[in-house]
Design a protein around this ligand. Structure first.
Ligand code: SF4
Length: 726
């Protein structure tokens, strides 16, 4: 009997923003053909204390030798022509050709003809390399992330109301709260380990109230004392109605407001919500007035109220207004800055937070700086040793692809994301990819929908194979560690960027000192750390060594601190210039896509319990299909016979943006005239077409690219559709 030596490596789950700690069991070592043979929850990680959900506990099955050899990109490759098979090329030749092609476009069309579209699943160190390449070397702010589809409305909400993009709460608040207000989120499926903690808290303290606001009756709603089944897109009306009730019932915390908020901003908000009576709000939302009043009383009068929210608020043309309307309630009722109280955005992706900290989005700069402010640009330029950072505003996710479709962006460098499935209005995205002169795809997995459009494929290392850090929803920075070496010629993302940048640098500018001297992931992290010092997210007191020794830590963690801040604003001082939080008065607006006789049903999208994003990772694990083996469009039972349909029938589902054919399923959890389609299914499962007959795939054939004017986050949660028997 042969004794196989295994070793254990502490790392972090690469799926959702809960950021659970994992222990990877592997054979071999990290420089040879090692093999990941198991994964366990890390009992010492404060996000999960050893627990893992179905996705986290099957991570080792996404890294089997078979998956690594058959589903991964293993070597750099170029297509001689669009549609032709990609031909392998060495890394050295690939770097050289890329640098030359990018430099040529830069010289002929200027820096803004280049766009980078990156990912909330990259590590902080990867983000740092991409951001410096875009802003510091290429001289463009055209860098955005798929976090634009995820948390950008939450960012704007926090900044407008509280002065900083910083979730003020922590997971432990679930153990202290008396009322949990879950809105636009289904944590039972999307943040399962956090939801287990909520279930445990409710079991221990049954008197704790749980309110769930969701157009669908979800598994999260099953735990609720009160489910407000609002009509899609009416969240702002609900919050304004709740605030109206609190004002006129005398449930405000006037003392807190007087000490810690801007009085004039409340006057404007009070005027705005005057007409949003509970009766009117209940009418708009399609709920009972009595339920709205009950929710208002629980929210205001509970000793501590905690809101949990996610894409139902964020993915909307009113995304920022929805966020600020909720935070208004917390401020008016003094439900913030205490254990168990505050607004808590649940991050969708594992490192959407880290990307925001690094400033790897068009609307951000490193250390929570603002690209629109000359002083902030100058500070970053000084930190990076470059003359200046570009001032022209960068294009956000949808805008990048609009510009590419218009021929203004010639080069798109896409990393760790699959826009040919995940962006709204797939007809536009595919036109954009076809029109670009050079599409660079840096990916771990070989068969994503975007790969078909790529001129060059760069094989990237992924979970279990790379080093760095991520930040989870509660501002906690965790280490990510390699257990085995990447397969084939795959490399960590930051190394790929560095090696192209080193060749590009002498072609584009003469910086005072070389810009891409990094030899390790830690080198990049230290550069990021320097940009946070003196800022609200100061991590000057942290180091890789401290994270290795003491485990994951929350920010801020300035030099000299013994530990990070568990929660923010406990002293009542907010991150605004005058230290006072602001009420934001934004009116309720209906979603941009309108229901009419031709498109009478509203479609909403969301996650399944056992799948992740476009399934490039979770889709290689057979057992994760046990819960939901194939896509179906869910409709209220009474909506099927109206269209001559029954369970399992194929239907044509059409919106103003495209159409799909897929089976329907009766679902009493939906309201009449509403449909639900999970976001995960791509080309292999659901195909369709646009008005010109262009092949489209997945739910985003149907969704609308319209976005919130403040956060630029598109309205993935609402599209007007029709459903017809085929
Ligand atoms: Fe991973 Fe999220 Fe599941 Fe935790 S809850 S194991 S982070 S997918």
């Amino acid at each position: 009997k042969v004794q196989v030596q295994t070793r254990s490596t502490r790392s972090t789950c690469p799926y959702c923003g809960v950021g659970c700690g994992v222990i990877i069991d592997s054979t071999g070592d990290d420089t040879s053909q090692g093999e990941i043979v198991g994964v366990r929850g890390d009992p010492d990680h404060p996000a999960n204390f050893g627990r893992l959900c179905s996705k986290g506990s099957t991570l080792h099955l996404t890294a089997t030798p078979l998956v690594r050899q058959t589903r991964r990109l293993l070597q750099p490759a170029w297509r001689p022509a669009r549609g032709a098979a990609a031909e392998p090329l060495s890394w050295a030749q690939t770097h050289q050709q890329l640098a030359q092609r990018i430099a040529a476009v830069h010289a002929q069309h200027g820096p803004d003809a280049i766009g980078l579209y990156i990912s909330g699943q990259l590590l902080t160190e990867d983000y740092q390399a991409f951001n410096k390449l875009a802003r510091g070397l290429l001289g463009t702010n055209n860098i955005d992330s798929n976090s634009r589809l995820c948390m950008s409305s939450a960012v704007v909400g926090y900044k407008q109301s509280l002065g900083s993009d910083a979730p003020p709460t922590c997971y432990e608040d679930l153990d202290h709260t008396d009322c949990v207000f879950i809105t636009g989120a289904n944590p039972a499926w999307a943040h399962p380990i956090l939801f287990r903690r909520l279930e445990a808290a409710k079991a221990k303290r049954p008197e704790m109230k749980i309110i769930v606001v969701d157009p669908r009756r979800t598994e999260s709603a099953d735990l609720a004392d009160l489910h407000l089944q609002i009509l899609p897109g009416t969240d702002v009306a609900l919050c304004h109605g709740l605030l109206h009730a609190c004002i006129w019932e005398g449930w405000l915390d006037r003392d807190f407001m007087a000490k810690h908020t801007e009085g004039a901003s409340f006057d404007a908000l009070k005027t705005l919500v005057r007409t949003m009576t509970p009766r009117e709000a209940a009418r708009i939302c399609g709920i009972q007035e009595a339920d709205l009043l009950k929710a208002a009383r629980w929210f205001a009068e509970s000793p501590a109220t905690l809101s949990l929210y996610c894409q139902g608020l964020n993915q909307s043309t009113s995304g920022s207004a929805k966020n600020t309307a909720l935070i208004n309630l917390h401020l008016a009722c003094g439900q913030i800055g205490r254990p168990g109280a505050g607004p808590f955005s649940l991050t969708g992706q594992p490192n959407a937070m880290g990307g925001r900290e690094v400033g790897g989005m068009a609307s951000l700069l490193p250390g929570h700086r603002d690209p629109n402010l000359a002083d902030d640009r100058a500070e970053v330029a000084r930190l990076w040793g470059v003359d200046a950072l570009p001032a022209t505003p960068g294009k956000t996710a949808v805008e990048l692809f609009e510009a590419a479709a218009a021929g203004d962006i010639k080069v798109l460098w896409i990393a760790c994301t699959n826009p040919a499935q995940s962006l709204p209005d797939q007809a536009l995205v595919r036109r954009a990819l076809e029109r670009c002169e050079l599409v660079i795809l840096q990916e771990a997995f070989a068969d994503t929908a975007t790969a078909a459009y790529a001129d060059v494929l760069l094989p990237a290392a992924t979970w279990g194979e790379k080093e760095g850090t991520v930040t989870n929803s509660e501002r906690r920075i965790s280490r990510v560690r390699a257990a085995i070496a990447p397969p084939g010629e795959a490399r960590p993302d930051w190394q790929i960027v560095r090696d192209v940048a080193r060749l590009l640098e002498p072609m584009l500018k003469q910086a005072a000192r070389p810009m891409f001297t990094y030899e390790t992931a830690e080198d990049l992290w230290l550069e990021h750390r320097a940009a946070t010092v003196g800022r609200d997210l100061d991590i000057g007191g942290l180091s890789y060594a401290l994270l290795d020794q003491s485990g994951p830590q929350q920010w801020p963690f300035p030099a000299g601190a013994a530990q990070g801040a568990q929660r923010l604003y406990e002293d009542g001082h907010f991150a605004t210039p005058n230290g006072r939080a602001r009420f934001i008065a934004q009116p309720w607006k209906a979603p941009q896509d309108k229901l009419d006789a031709r498109y009478p049903l509203s479609l909403t999208t969301g996650r399944l319990r056992d799948q992740w994003h476009g399934m490039s990772r979770s889709g290689v694990v057979p057992r994760l299909f046990g819960h939901e083996p194939a896509p179906t469009l869910r409709l209220h039972p009474q909506d099927l016979p109206l269209r001559g349909l029954k369970d399992g029938d194929l239907a044509q589902v059409s919106s103003r943006h495209g159409s799909l054919i897929l089976p329907v399923q009766a679902d009493a959890d939906a309201r009449p005239a509403q449909a639900y389609l999970p976001m995960h299914w791509g080309e292999e499962f659901v195909s369709g077409q646009d008005a010109q007959g262009r092949r489209l795939a997945g739910v985003n054939a149907l969704t609308n690219k319209a976005f919130c004017p403040d956060s630029k986050q598109p309205e993935l949660k609402f599209a007007a559709i029709q459903v017809q028997r085929v």
